[in-house]
Ligand binder design. Structure first.
Ligand code: F6P
Length: 368
C-alpha cells in the first residue's frame, strides 16, 4: 500500500503550450479537494536545482486562490525552461567549456527535504523521460503530456496542438486574399519539430495548395509543377505550408542552432523552399514564419477541456497509487500509459492515415 499523500509538486518543462495553466488549475483544485497541499516548482526543475536564481524561493505554494482565473491564460504561471534537463544539466566550467551532468539524485533529495510525496510533471518527450528517470529512483510521478507539436506517442492528442492549428489556419485564411491580389506565391513555415502534424492539419483546414512535412521528403520540381498547373488554370497564386522539419529528398532538416544541454533549433526551411520555388516558377514569392506565435495566446475550448481533464486525471492516478504513468487521451476516455511506452518513439504522421489521404484526394501536393 502506497504511503498516503500530504503534499505534491507540479512542474512545467520544455517549451510552453496553451493549456498549461488549465492543467495546473485542475491539479490544484482536485488535490485540495483531497486535502493535499500543492506547490509549483519554478522554471522546470530550476527552482530546486538553481536556488541562487530564486532568492524568494524556488517553490511556489499553490492554493485555490493562486489558480483562480488562469484557465484561459497562455504560458505557465510557474515558468518553464528547455535548458534545465536534470539528466543532462549544463554546467559551465572555468575554462569556458560546458559539461552535462546528471542531477537527478540531487532532485530526489530535494523532494525529500521539502516533504514532497509526489510529482505531477507536465511536459513533452524530454519531460516524460525525466519523469521516468525520477520514478525509477523511487519518486511517485505522473506525467501530463504537453506539446503543440502533437508528437508524443501514447496519446491521441496533446493540448496546445489545437490552439496552434487554429491560429495557423486563421493566418492562412488571411494570406489567401493578399496572395490572390498580388498573384504571389506565399510560403508559410510552421513549427512542429520533426513531425508534420501542425503543417498537415493547418494546410488542409486552411486550403493550402502544397504541404511539405518531414514524413514525406519533397522534390521542388514537383511542387513547381503544381504551382504552374494552377497558373495555367487561372489560379495565379499558391499557398505552400512548410513544416520547420521538412526536408528535400536526400537532404536534411534545416538547423539554425545547436547548444549543449538542449535540442537543436530548427529554422530556415521556409526561406529555403521559397528561394528555390521563386527560381523555379519565376513567381514573386513571400515567406511568413509563424514561429512562436503558434505557442502564445489563449487555449481553444478543446485544449482547455483536454488540459483540465488531464490535470484532474493525474490527481486521480496518484490517489489510486499509480506512478511512472502518463495520462493519455484515448477517445472517449483518458487513460494511463507507462512512461516508458510514451517515450519510446516520436509520434509521426502516418502516411496511410485518412488525413494524408484526404489531402491527396483534394489535390493538395506533398511534393512527392
Ligand atoms: O516543441 C515545441 C516547439 O515550439 C517546436 O515546435 C519548436 O521547434 C521548438 O519548440 C522551439 O523551441 P524554442 O522555444 O526553444 O525556440
Amino acid at each position: 500500500m502506497a504511503k498516503s499523500i500530504k503534499r505534491i509538486a507540479i512542474c512545467t518543462g520544455g517549451g510552453d503550450a496553451p493549456g498549461l495553466n488549465a492543467v495546473i488549475r485542475a491539479v490544484v483544485l482536485a488535490a485540495r479537494k483531497r486535502g493535499w497541499d500543492c506547490c509549483g516548482i519554478r522554471e522546470g526543475f530550476n527552482g530546486l536545482l538553481l536556488p541562487e536564481r530564486f532568492p524568494e524561493g524556488g517553490l511556489i505554494p499553490l492554493t485555490r486562490d493562486s489558480v483562480r482565473g488562469i484557465t484561459h491564460l497562455g504560458g505557465t504561471i510557474l515558468g518553464t525552461t528547455n535548458r534545465g534537463n536534470p539528466l543532462h544539466f549544463p554546467v559551465h566550467l572555468p575554462d569556458g567549456t560546458v559539461e552535462e551532468v546528471d542531477r537527478t539524485d540531487e532532485l530526489i533529495r530535494a523532494f525529500a527535504m521539502h516533504e514532497i510525496d509526489a510529482l505531477i510533471s507536465i511536459g513533452g518527450d524530454g519531460s516524460m523521460t525525466i519523469a521516468n528517470a525520477l520514478a525509477q529512483k523511487g519518486l511517485r510521478v505522473i506525467g501530463v503530456p504537453k506539446t503543440i507539436d502533437n508528437d508524443l506517442e501514447g496519446t491521441v492528442a496533446t493540448f496546445g496542438f489545437d490552439t496552434a492549428v487554429a491560429f495557423a489556419t486563421e493566418c492562412l485564411d488571411r494570406l489567401h486574399s493578399t496572395a490572390e491580389s498580388h498573384n504571389r506565391l506565399m510560403v508559410v513555415e510552421v513549427m512542429g519539430r520533426y513531425a508534420g502534424w501542425i503543417a498537415l492539419h493547418t494546410g488542409i483546414a486552411g486550403s493550402a495548395d502544397v504541404i511539405l512535412i518531414p514524413e514525406i521528403p519533397y522534390q521542388l520540381d514537383k511542387v513547381a509543377a503544381k504551382i504552374n498547373e494552377r497558373d495555367e488554370q487561372g489560379r495565379n497564386f499558391s499557398i505552400v505550408v512548410v513544416a520547420e522539419g521538412a526536408m528535400p529528398v536526400g537532404g536534411s532538416v534545416s538547423v539554425i542552432g545547436r547548444e549543449v544541454g538542449r535540442a537543436e533549433r530548427l529554422g530556415g526551411a521556409g526561406e529555403q523552399v521559397a528561394a528555390e520555388l521563386q527560381a523555379l516558377t519565376g513567381k514573386e514569392t513571400r515567406v511568413v514564419v509563424l514561429g512562436h506565435l503558434l505557442r502564445g495566446g489563449s487555449p481553444t475550448t478543446s485544449d482547455r477541456l483536454l488540459a483540465l481533464r488531464f490535470g484532474a486525471a493525474a490527481v486521480r492516478a496518484l490517489e489510486e497509487g499509480q506512478s511512472a504513468v502518463m495520462v493519455a487521451l484515448d477517445p472517449p476516455v483518458v487513460r494511463y500509459v507507462p512512461l516508458v511506452e510514451a517515450t519510446r518513439r516520436m509520434k509521426l504522421v502516418p502516411l496511410d492515415g485518412d488525413t494524408v489521404l484526404t489531402a491527396r484526394d483534394m489535390g493538395i501536393s506533398f511534393g512527392d
